[in-house]
Design a protein. Sequence first.
Length: 185
Amino acid sequence: MIKSTPTNIPEVKIIEPVIYDDERGFFFESFHQSNFNKAIGLNVKFIQDNHSKSTYGVLRGLHFQSYPYEQGKLVRVVSGEIFDIAVDVRKKSKTFGHYVGVYLSSSNKKQLWIPEGFAHGFLVTSRTADLVYKTTNYYCKDHEKSIKYNDKDLCIKWPKLKTEFILSPKDSNGMTLENLKNFLT
């Protein structure tokens, strides 16, 4: 069984597996299809797994893919800690431009379900972090979009670090939320 907790955007959910701890270590089911579907109330089919490793201060995102390559993501951290963000980019949504921010770590073992129609990004707050995530659609470079992590309209409260954020050129040059509206259907 797993616990599913809605966030301030109800479609985005924090997933917490049952952990079996003892003196030898721990065990948990990191993914169970039918339990996951029951927990989120949808019949989701994952078709791709990804693994990302980053160092302290790396900020990746905010990324999403446009129609017909939208991706739902189930994100978890297997080593280290991140501050994970999901931004609603569904043009007709009441929560368009709102975000959810959650710390995911290898110690808390929480996962974040980010449905289609959301941009995703994260900031590494530990020395390194390994992220693994399942997606509901294949990666398609031609449909990938990036929103500026510091867009004033998003008002994301990123954690304060002892260094400047490390960004790729793509992420440094992301579009604003206002400009994004022209690309949405």
